[in-house]
Write a protein that binds this ligand. Structure first.
Ligand code: SF4
Length: 382
């Protein structure tokens, strides 16, 4: 059994709400041994051949990601979609917003499948299209919308990406956030950044924008909880959203880790709060973290602040020459990523072999155009 197999993830309010929509896994797919699932998944993959492309996000569990044709962060996986036009079925082992983006970026003959439709993202759910529409109207009333460029992190719903694309903005990932802000400031005097306030703040601060030129827009407050003067003075308007996994990392954990392991290097994902980035030695996307750890000299000892499946896998891959531990001793687990199980993957693949498509994710035609505009801008910014 996988080391995380015994952990029952705590459910967020978002997950409790969406569990009711979850596709029931047929009973015959429950209680299978790891060995049987691995063997049947391998048979189904071989049967489907080039008609199938499996993409696996770094935060997926080992027993799922080992079947991926490509692994990566959101940015890297989005780029892989165009490289396999012969694949009819793109099985996305990740979360819902990633499958939506894949549906926008793939060709019309390709279908995108999410093994478990309950695999959402609580951060993406913190920005709803009605809230963004209201925010934009408020910014118009304050007289600042014309000079503001909206930028949404890829961890957002297709409806949000469509809005941003239509308003001349773009999508960004943690890999290209800094380049995206440069792109945006070349086009406007301020940026509305959503839904992750921490990625926006960390990136802008690194670029030299002082904290007193950043405000937090609370979508649950009238006018974001801000007055016109505060918004007019700000260069960065940060949406009040966060990742429930990455906000669990703290500067106190870094201090305790350094005391326990003198000389340890601490690297974190930029979805963590600013004080944690400040206390760490380095910060960057999952691809950046992997590159830094793998490229470090033999004997290096690292504490990594991101989702625990990536951290554990990295530890195994670089051992015995290097040591990698999680910055949080209990390991921060993304419970929605964890919903994609080998049982779901097996079910999806055997259904495809039988000629049935389950759990297809589609973006409505009226949203596709502006999603594509926004995502193409994202892919062009590096
Ligand atoms: S790690 Fe955070 S941002 Fe990523 S999918 Fe999970 S909840 Fe969403």
């Amino acid at each position: 059994m996988h080391p995380m197999g015994s952990i029952i993830p705590l459910l967020t309010e978002f997950e409790k709400e969406h569990l009711s929509e979850r596709q029931p896994l047929p009973e015959r797919y429950l209680g299978l041994s790891d060995a049987e699932m691995a063997s049947r998944i391998a048979i189904a993959r071989a049967t489907l051949g080039n008609r199938l492309l499996i993409l696996g996000h770094h935060y997926q569990r080992d027993e799922v990601i080992r079947f991926a044709d490509f692994t990566g962060d959101s940015f890297k996986l989005a780029r892989h979609i165009a490289t396999r036009p012969e694949a009819e079925f793109i099985v996305f082992c990740g979360v819902h917003f990633m499958a939506e983006s894949a549906d926008v970026l793939c060709a019309p003959h390709q279908q995108v499948i999410l093994p478990d439709l309950a695999a959402g993202c609580s951060m993406a759910d913190m920005a709803e299209p009605e809230q963004l529409q209201q925010c934009w109207e408020d910014l118009q009333k304050m007289g600042v919308a014309a000079g503001a460029v909206p930028v949404t992190y890829i961890n957002s719903a297709a409806s949000i990406k469509a809005f941003v694309g239509e308003q001349g903005g773009t999508v960004c990932t943690s890999s290209n956030a800094e380049a995206t802000l440069r792109w945006a400031f070349a086009r406007g005097e301020k940026v509305l950044f959503l839904p992750d306030q921490h990625l926006g703040r960390n990136t802008a601060f690194k670029m030299g924008i002082p904290l007193d030129q950043m405000v937090v827009w609370d979508p649950n407050e009238e006018s974001g909880g801000l007055d016109s003067e505060q918004v007019r003075r700000a260069k960065m308007i940060l949406w009040k959203g966060h990742c429930s996994v990455h906000v669990r990392f703290t500067a106190a954990q870094i201090a305790a880790t350094r005391a326990q392991y003198p000389g340890i290097r601490v690297i974190v994902h930029p979805e963590v709060p600013l004080d944690v980035v400040q206390a760490a030695d380095d910060a960057g996307s999952t691809e950046y973290i992997i590159g830094q750890v793998k490229g470090s000299p033999e004997g290096s000892v690292w504490a990594v602040g991101t989702e625990v499946h990536l951290v554990n896998r990295l530890a195994t891959e670089v051992a015995p020459g290097k040591t990698v531990i999680s910055l949080d001793q209990f390991g921060c687990l993304c419970s929605t990523m964890f919903r994609v199980s080998p049982n779901h993957l097996l079910w999806i693949l055997e259904e495809l072999v039988a000629g049935r498509v389950q759990n297809r994710v589609t973006v409505s035609e009226d949203q596709k155009h502006w999603n594509r505009v926004a995502l193409d801008r994202m892919l062009s910014i590096q």
